[in-house]
Write a protein that binds this ligand. Structure first.
Ligand code: COA
Length: 434
């Protein structure tokens, strides 16, 4: 088979792809840098000319400034429907410009297979190899499920997309059209290492023994914890999102995956997003496996590594230990992602622990993140029954299996001192401190 000839036959412009889109189409995209900027811009250009209506676009963690997430003139033409919101989708949800699918990330492939028929799936890929395969780069996630369900597959070939040798591939024979678009891939700014995050990182690092297997969640604090683990030895990685600090941990020798019970010698993730160094690391590297999320985030898989440590962030916690990590009151900020999966997986692992970590206050010290009750409308991400450790810059609270009164005392002891009296007063008022 002459794959290069097939490649030339299937090559088209982004506008050619957009011209095929019809009213009412459901288009699927995957996580972060797997999204397709040129194709979506072309689809938006068609919508701007009032040539499209009722198009829905699903994605997870938006990384490009898709105009339908910020411009109300797209209302009724293109609607974004995130599985997990990043900054653009967050603003769109607040403005009533986007819809949202609540989910545990590990269930996305199941929801996709059971509930949706995609007119097209669009994904960024690395250049074709001599066997006719395109690597889906740093994307394991739910791409396989969308590929199975989509009527058409369009790819954007980007020379900057890393070639993941232990990751998903698409064959030229599977795709309906390809667009060449070598653009810079989006990155996340390096985590801010302030005094609070360094303190939290060190507190958690003290709890982690050499040989543990780690997951670091989304946000500044988990990344800062990663930085504090550089003095450890023989760590392993089994994680949802492969982050910048993980590359540093591998480079400095703290991570070698030598003590893992499953995937020994390999870093396992379902997608990657952060610095450019991440993409350079993944490129042609057989030591990292990028696998579908229904496997990677399954608590029964996560717990198979001993001493599994999960570290995730939150926005607020009440005195029961209910964790809100995805909304501020009714304002949706992100999604559940894999937080619950990793809390459960870590707690089921032999020697495992789960940490939810955050600075004790928000908004310049004016708001305590430990609250008597959650802000009305706040979404419970991790339940009081699943929560294990809560960490702020003032210490650790171990809640799992603890009576309510012990939870209340411990949580107040790690709240910012300015809010402790008020928390004590509210706890007594509710008779939850005996
Ligand atoms: N009340 C009001 N505002 C608050 C707040 C609170 N209790 N807590 C945080 N904020 C504000 C911050 O000030 C910040 O505002 P800004 O954008 O104007 O600066 C904003 O909310 C984001 O907070 P921050 O703490 O900086 O968020 P982050 O980028 O570190 O991410 C989560 C934290 C919780 C949003 C993120 O970890 C998440 O989405 N988690 C859910 C999924 C998950 O844990 N997945 C893990 C598996 S990979």
């Amino acid at each position: 088979m002459d794959y290069q000839a097939l490649y030339e036959q299937k090559k088209m412009s982004a506008d050619d792809v957009a011209a095929r889109v019809e009213n009412g189409w459901l288009i699927g995209m995957d996580a972060a840098i797997a999204q397709t900027p040129a194709i979506m811009e072309a689809v938006c250009r068609r919508a701007e000319k009032n040539a499209l209506s009722g198009v829905q676009v699903q994605f997870l963690l938006d990384t490009y400034p898709f105009p339908f997430l910020s411009d109300s003139s797209y209302k009724g033409k293109i609607t974004g429907v995130p599985w997990f919101a990043s900054s653009g989708a967050r603003a769109a949800l607040a403005a009533g410009l986007a819809d949202y699918i609540p989910n545990y990330y590990r269930d996305c492939p199941r929801h996709i297979r059971a509930g949706y028929d995609y007119d097209a799936f669009c994904i960024s890929v690395s250049p074709m190899d001599r066997h006719g395969y395109f690597s889906l780069g740093s994307c394991g996630s739910y791409a396989s499920a969308m590929i199975d369900k989509a009527k058409r597959i369009f790819v954007e070939v980007n020379e900057n997309t890393p070639r993941a040798v232990c990751g998903l591939q698409l064959h030229i024979s599977q795709i309906d059209g390809l667009v060449e678009n070598t653009c810079e891939l989006p990155t996340l700014p390096a985590p801010k290492l302030d005094e609070v995050s360094i303190t939290i990182g060190n507190l958690i690092a003290e709890q982690i023994q050499d040989g543990s297997c780690i997951q670091l969640g989304i946000g500044a604090i988990p990344d800062a914890v990663g930085m504090a683990l550089k003095t450890k030895h023989d760590l392993g990685i089994h994680t949802e999102m492969f982050t910048s600090s993980m590359v540093d941990l591998i480079d400095c020798g703290a991570v070698n995956n030598s003590k893992k019970q499953i995937h020994r010698g390999k870093t396992v993730t379902t997608f990657a997003f952060g610095s450019k160094a991440i993409n350079d690391f993944i490129n042609d590297n057989p030591s990292i496996e990028i696998l579908p999320v229904d496997y990677v985030n399954n608590p029964e898989v996560i717990c198979r590594n001993d001493n599994m440590i999960s570290i995730n962030a939150a926005l607020e916690v009440d005195l029961f230990g209910q964790v809100c990590a995805e909304s501020i009151g009714t304002k949706i900020m992100s999604g559940s992602g894999g937080q619950v999966d990793y809390v459960r997986g870590a707690c089921q692992s032999r020697g495992g622990k789960s940490f939810i970590a955050f600075s004790s206050t928000a908004k310049g010290g004016t708001i305590s993140k430990i609250k008597p009750i959650l802000t009305p409308g706040a979404v419970v991400t991790t339940s009081k029954n699943d929560v294990d450790y809560i960490v702020t810059e003032y210490g650790l609270a171990h809640l799992r299996g603890e009576p309510l009164s012990s939870r209340v005392k411990q949580l107040i002891s790690i709240a910012h001192p300015d809010f402790r009296d008020e928390l004590m007063f509210e706890a007594r008022k509710r008779s939850i401190l005996i």
